[in-house]
Design a protein around this ligand. Structure first.
Ligand code: ARG
Length: 483
């Protein structure tokens, strides 16, 4: 009991250290110098937001385009550096900025008072308005904020619109992190309306026969009508540089030009079929998913083996560490582990998203594999050890030549199941922007304006992989039983 208290205290201490470290890593302002020295301006965005940022292009050449991207390009140009874009979910942007994953957020972000408490903002570069999106067939029924009273309304998680929607009387909110999912929810009658930023709603409505949008008369602060670029506190040199570029953009009226360019991208309609246009995304995603899973089980196997030995030794402390690890990892969701390693540990080591994802998956599967191996070893009758020992084998020898080969029979199929589980679970690393299958599916969905078809394809891909694997495993299992 005492040990648990000790472990708990240790854990709390660790978290406190980590937390204070986040608060204190503010050095003097070398932000501008840093960006220029690195030769790169890394911006974070959430590319589900036409005409600000969205995917467009032909076939394999899907890229993130839009007004914000053109603005970011101008800023990078003015700084004399290359622009690097990191796409992620909107509600991951602020954490990514605060943990130094990106230099700034360019995502049509509103500089609300609440956000200003944690980050700094550039000048406002675009004045916007707030819309309500409904199905075309409902435009007579829903024509105002009041008409939506008591209805289910969709909003993007972590956005200003999430707050604005509360102005609808008795509203029932549906919060999703991707705008394309909201559109799908509206089209399939899950929700009655979506509160969206004006130009974004207009862009979607223009691309669809089934959607209709109108301006909502929401009450909001003057500053909440605009978009600005978010930068970390203390990086005033960078803010000043950004404001200079923005001033030039305003002076030369470039925003209009940028918007027009974005509009052209949206209008681009090729008659290439869906499959020929997007197959490479599914392929890339599938390969990435397999890669992450494979590395995950392999590293997990090594880790699991070590852990299982730790759990089987006589040394109390070693045993305790082993079981504490297993219990802790199994007792917390993989989602949190992925985010913790990427954002939390990332304060000390700037891990690329893929590395962070693989580490999280490996550490996670290590705990499960440990239990698989331990269970397998325990399942071998203790008489076997006794017999081996009485034949004069050392402990080691009996483990190696008698116990382990028999245990393998039980371990093998469970290990296969673990691999299958990881293939599906690894989809979670998409939250930090790793380009595995789910992430690629999201790109296809936003580039194609197709809600369901990409989901069906992805489902089939997962099924084909896991089913083939099951068959393969069964085959080998069968052979093992005959030997
Ligand atoms: N302007 C809104 C906000 O800041 C929504 C921005 C959403 N942006 C995006 N790229 N999805 O909360």
């Amino acid at each position: 009991m005492k040990k648990w208290i000790q472990a708990f205290t240790a854990l709390c201490l660790m978290l406190t250290v980590l937390f204070t470290a986040t608060l204190t890593v503010h050095a003097e302002d070398d932000s501008l110098q840093r960006v220029q020295d690195s030769g790169q301006l890394v911006i974070g965005t959430s590319a589900d937001f036409p005409p600000f940022e969205f995917y467009a292009g032909e076939g394999d050449d899907q890229e993130i385009v839009g007004m914000d991207i053109l603005i970011a390009e101008k800023i990078a140009d003015d700084l004399g550096v290359e622009l690097v874009i990191q796409d992620m979910e909107f509600d991951s942007l602020l954490p990514a900025l605060e943990t130094n994953k990106i230099d700034m957020i360019v995502a049509g972000m509103t500089p609300t008072a609440e956000r200003r408490e944690s980050v700094n903002f550039s000048d406002i570069y675009f004045q916007t308005f707030q819309n309500i999106m409904v199905r075309d067939g409902d435009k007579e029924i829903y024509d105002s904020i009041e008409s939506l009273a008591g209805q289910t309304v969709g909003v993007q998680t972590g956005t200003l619109q999430e707050e604005l929607a509360q102005q609808i009387p008795d509203v029932e909110l549906m919060q999703l992190s991707n705008i394309n999912d909201l559109i799908l929810a509206l089209e399939t009658n899950r929700i009655e309306a979506i509160v969206m930023q004006g130009p974004n709603a207009v862009a979607h409505a223009e691309n669809s026969d089934t959607l209709y949008t109108f301006e909502g008369e929401f009450e909001l602060d003057e500053q909440d009508q605009g978009s600005a670029i978010a930068i970390r506190y203390g990086e005033d040199a960078l803010v000043a540089a950004v404001n200079e570029s923005l001033a030039e953009i305003a002076e030369q009226n470039l925003t209009e030009e940028y918007l027009a360019t974005a509009g052209e991208y949206m209008a681009q309609d090729s008659d290439e079929g869906f499959a020929s246009k997007y197959w490479s995304y599914f392929l890339d995603g599938t390969l990435m998913t397999l890669f992450i899973s494979l590395i995950g089980v392999l590293v997990g196997l090594v880790l699991g083996f070590i852990l299982s030995l730790m759990r089987l030794t006589k040394n109390v402390i070693v045993r305790f560490i082993g079981s504490a690890y297993v219990e802790f990892v199994r007792g917390t969701p993989l989602l949190i582990q992925v985010m913790f390693i990427y954002f939390g540990v990332g304060i000390f080591f700037n891990l690329p998203a893929l590395t962070a994802g693989i580490i999280a998956v490996s550490l996670n599967s290590g705990a499960y594999i440990c239990e698989i191996i331990r269970g397998g070893l325990n399942s071998v009758d203790s008489g076997q050890t006794e017999a081996a020992r009485s034949l004069g084998m050392s402990k080691r020898q009996s483990m190696r030549y008698v116990i382990f080969p028999q245990a393998l029979k039980n371990i093998w199929p469970a290990l296969g199941n673990e691999f299958i589980t990881i293939i599906k679970e690894s989809s979670i690393v998409s939250v930090i922007g790793v380009g595995e299958l789910i992430f690629q599916t999201r790109i296809v969905r936003s580039a194609s304006f197709e809600g369901i078809l990409p989901l069906i394809i992805t489902m089939l891909i997962y099924f084909i992989i896991t089913f083939t694997l099951t068959k393969l495993l069964n085959y080998y299992e069968g052979r093992m039983n005959h030997d």
